[in-house]
Design a protein around this ligand. Structure first.
Ligand SMILES: NC(=O)c1ccc[n+]([C@@H]2O[C@H](COP(=O)([O-])OP(=O)(O)OC[C@H]3O[C@@H](n4cnc5c(N)ncnc54)[C@H](OP(=O)(O)O)[C@@H]3O)[C@@H](O)[C@H]2O)c1
Length: 163
């Protein structure tokens, strides 16, 4: 099963200068809660933007570069093959961005962990295809700077998306 985790502002902005536009401790804690001991998947830019190692997670980095071999992570060269191979697995793979990975993975994800940041930020990357109408809300938590929601894809999405 494929899911994704993202924090986005009211304009669907997610990043600025290859980092997060905000620093919200509670949001980072939610990311940790949702990814700990899981398989997580991210693009090379996002991986390289991490301030340190993400402990206790099994990381797959997506890169077209055959010579890219960072320590302690798996590298996949074909994102589409990876998505098709794992979309029906019992275990969960959490897609963790960035923009280029969310864009391709969105139709394949059945579940989502989304923090809706309340304030608008200056951003240069966004998650344009995300649409809350595609999802049922299964959980909601209110924080000062964001609303956290867990989402499950509506069944009609697959028809709607591929027609
Ligand atoms: N707000 C959030 O929740 C959140 C989460 C994650 C990231 N972000 C932000 O998003 C921004 C980064 O996004 P981004 O789009 O620039 O970078 P990205 O998606 O993290 O990484 C892009 C790289 O991934 C590889 N890639 C992408 N598509 C591929 C494909 N189809 N097949 C094989 N490899 C592929 C390429 O690596 P190679 O060049 O090595 O081939 C590409 O240069 C940052 O600002 C980051 O902070 C925000």
């Amino acid at each position: 099963m494929l899911s994704f985790s993202v924090a986005l502002d009211p304009n669907k902005g997610i990043g600025y200068k290859n980092t997060l536009p905000w620093h919200i401790k509670e949001e980072l804690q939610i990311f940790k809660r949702n990814t700990l001991y899981k398989n997580i998947v991210m693009g090379r830019n996002t991986y390289e933007s991490l301030p340190g190692k993400l402990k206790d997670r099994y990381i797959t980095v997506i890169s077209l570069n055959d010579n890219y071999h960072p320590e302690d992570v798996k590298v996949e060269h074909s994102l589409l093959n990876f998505l098709k191979e794992h979309e029906n697995d019992e275990i969960e793979y959490v897609i963790c961005g960035g923009a280029s990975i969310y864009k391709v993975a969105y139709p394949y994800c059945k579940k989502a962990y989304v923090s809706f940041i309340k304030k608008e930020y200056e951003t240069d990357t966004s998650f344009e295809s995300f649409d809350l109408n595609d999802w049922n809300i299964t959980k909601e938590e209110e924080y000062q700077e964001f609303t956290y929601r867990e989402l499950e894809k509506k069944q009609w999405f697959e028809y709607h998306c591929f027609l």
